[in-house]
Write a protein that binds this ligand. Sequence first.
Ligand SMILES: Cc1ncc(COP(=O)(O)O)c(C=O)c1O
Length: 384
Amino acid sequence: MVQNMEKPIYLDYNATTPVDHEVAKEMIPFIDSLYGNPSSSYSIGRSNKEAVEKARSQVAEMINCNPEEIVFTSCATESNNLAIKGIAWANSDKGRHIITSAIEHPAVTEVCKYLGSKGFEITYIPVDQNGRVDPEKVKEAIRQDTALITIMHANNEVGTIQPIREIGAIARHKNIAFHTDASQSVGKIETDVNKLGVDLLTIAGHKLYAPKGIGALYIRKGTQIENLMHGAGQEKGIRPGTENVMHTIGLGKACEVALRDFKQNQHNMQLSRDRLLDGLVSHLGNKVHITGNLANCLPNTLSLAFDNISAHALASFISSDVLISTGSACHSGETTISSVLQAMDLDFRVAASTVRISTGKRTTEEEIDFAIEVLVKAIKELSL
Ligand SMILES: Cc1ncc(COP(=O)(O)O)c(C=O)c1O
């Protein structure tokens, strides 16, 4: 058994990530001495404005766009709301039809449902058993009045990467605005907005080692969007309100670090994920089932089902040693399967036994070996 290892071992990096030390260090001066309002013209105001603009450039570099195309928000949910409602309201005279997928995060699905209640028509594109959208189905769903396509880049539960480039090419050909929620993909796989062919892209700070409470939305130059909030002119009036300077600086630094260490982080996340899978399979054999398809998956994400195991029972049984999450919820003895697993049309028993394990850029071999030991022991005990 490994000494000096902090427990429980965190293997839920798709839920959130810790703030990087480099990121925290950059933010600290803005807690006390550098307190100016970025809109003030004297020096402590100007230094804050400069810091925000530096962060904008760092974020822009991460996704290969111009800094003016970045708007800072409070979180991915806000970015998605701004993208979807903003495009819907700005284009409502052109059309009131929106295309999305059946496996989006509630931060997209609920926005679409809301617009559905306001007279928009929403088409939900189904996914295959691996959780992948077929671009041909998107093409077929397009109508004269389609105002927006919104399809996530990578799924938070199973890690499936969507064919965004193909869908982007279709959207561009039809001159339809295309948004992708890249909350889970930024820092894990390439997210170049030009290669992806998207007009809007959502970034979530706390999924890439920046603090919680900061996000960004990429809006391609020339895209017509209506702002949701009205106030003074910050963020070009699209997202008014005095800037969250400290967290914005954190997001900027996190993007700089993520870009600098991209290859190394990707390699480490995948290595630890694969080590975990190999370890589990070598002990449990065909009791282990992969939900989704690792050939088309985020490098850090493992969605696994275990024969005759309740995911909920497993996750809580091991929670003092290892932290993972489940694709189902259990309330008053009743199991509810997540909408993602439902859309993948998994057998109920498989879905109810599905757990999500997601590694981080600093996950160590020691942590993985310990997690294997804990999981194998728990699964053997629980399936007795
Ligand atoms: C794909 C995806 N979109 C949006 C969100 C919402 O992020 P936030 O709660 O930070 O707004 C999450 C968070 O888990 C996510 O995974």
